[in-house]
Design a binder for this molecule. Structure first.
Ligand SMILES: [Zn+2]
Length: 300
């Protein structure tokens, strides 16, 4: 780690092992209350890891979790981390529509603020579900007073992605200071590679992530945005036997080495909260080019 390199954004998407998008075909929302929660023990392990490394981070948390685990939200906030919104119950934005999205955001932020005592100014869409299908999403976020969103994966992926979106911070609306900070990608030739965490970080060798974040920090001079989930540090979580094979392979690979990889990552780079990163990036975020504004292409 070198002083002078950008401070990267460290984030945890706080959801329980049974709330993962990849399992939604076999575990319904109506099943959630009867399943054994592991989110508190996993978040406490993450808080200990962050505390030992002396880093602060942002916890994008479901409102559903905040309502049931207010003491956890207080512990996160009291340790100096940012509480931000991951929506109410992980419904993807492109499935909600503008009115339902506004209600989902509002319900989540009330629960998060009640539990933590912090004001919520940041949002991450479940499964990076703000994309070309949701032209109204940024307007709704701006109306509700959000300072930033980190909800776009500027890449093509089987579950998500808005492949034409800018790779770095941008202003999606001409009449609002709202800034979108996409999750990190690295360039290999002309190809964008997902490099911001999740399954990629866990499954691929650590050297790939180190190479990618270095490229972004040193060659492009920009901060990286990294994310992971509490269930990723939990090798003992219950198995979901009837989930699709591909989801199971992705979900359960390398859970036992995740904590050690994270420790290395925290030591190799500079890390901080997303709200601090957003304030810096807002000063140089470019307006979204008109031809990239979601919905315009479809409407034309
Ligand atoms: Zn999520």
């Amino acid at each position: 780690m070198t002083q002078g390199e950008p401070v990267n954004g460290l984030s945890v998407d706080v959801e329980d092992w049974f709330q993962v998008g990849a399992f939604e075909t076999v575990i319904g929302r109506e099943d959630w209350p009867s399943l054994t929660s592991r989110v508190e023990r996993n978040c406490d392990a993450i808080l200990a890891l962050f505390g030992a490394s002396g880093v602060k981070a942002t916890f994008f948390t479901l409102g559903w979790i905040a309502e049931r685990h207010p003491a956890l939200l207080r512990r996160i906030a009291e340790a100096g981390h940012e509480i931000a919104s991951h929506g109410w119950d992980h419904e993807r934005v492109f499935r909600l529509g503008a009115t339902a999205f506004a209600a989902d955001l509002d319900r989540a932020s009330k629960a998060l603020e009640d539990a933590s005592g912090q004001r919520v100014t940041g949002y991450r869409a479940p499964s990076f579900s703000i994309d070309a299908r949701t032209p109204w999403a940024f307007d709704v976020l701006a109306e509700q007073g959000y300072a930033y969103s980190s909800s776009v994966a500027p890449i093509a992926h089987d579950h998500y992605g808005w492949r034409e979106a800018p790779r770095f911070a941008f202003r999606p609306l001409s009449d609002s200071p709202l800034v979108e900070i996409p999750v990190t990608t690295a360039m290999l030739g002309s190809r964008r590679l997902a490099a911001g965490g999740g399954g990629f970080f866990r499954v691929l060798p650590y050297a790939f992530s180190r190479w990618a974040i270095r490229q972004v920090n040193r060659e492009e001079g920009r901060p990286a945005v990294f994310y992971f989930h509490p269930w990723e540090v939990d090798p003992e979580q219950p198995r979901v036997p009837n989930a699709p094979l591909r989801s199971r392979l992705r979900h359960y690979t390398n859970l036992d080495v995740m904590a050690a990889k994270l420790e290395q990552l925290l030591g190799d780079f500079r890390w901080g909260r997303m709200d601090a990163l957003a304030a810096i990036e807002a000063t140089r975020a470019a307006p979204l080019q008109p031809d990239l504004r979601p919905g315009l292409r479809e409407a034309a």
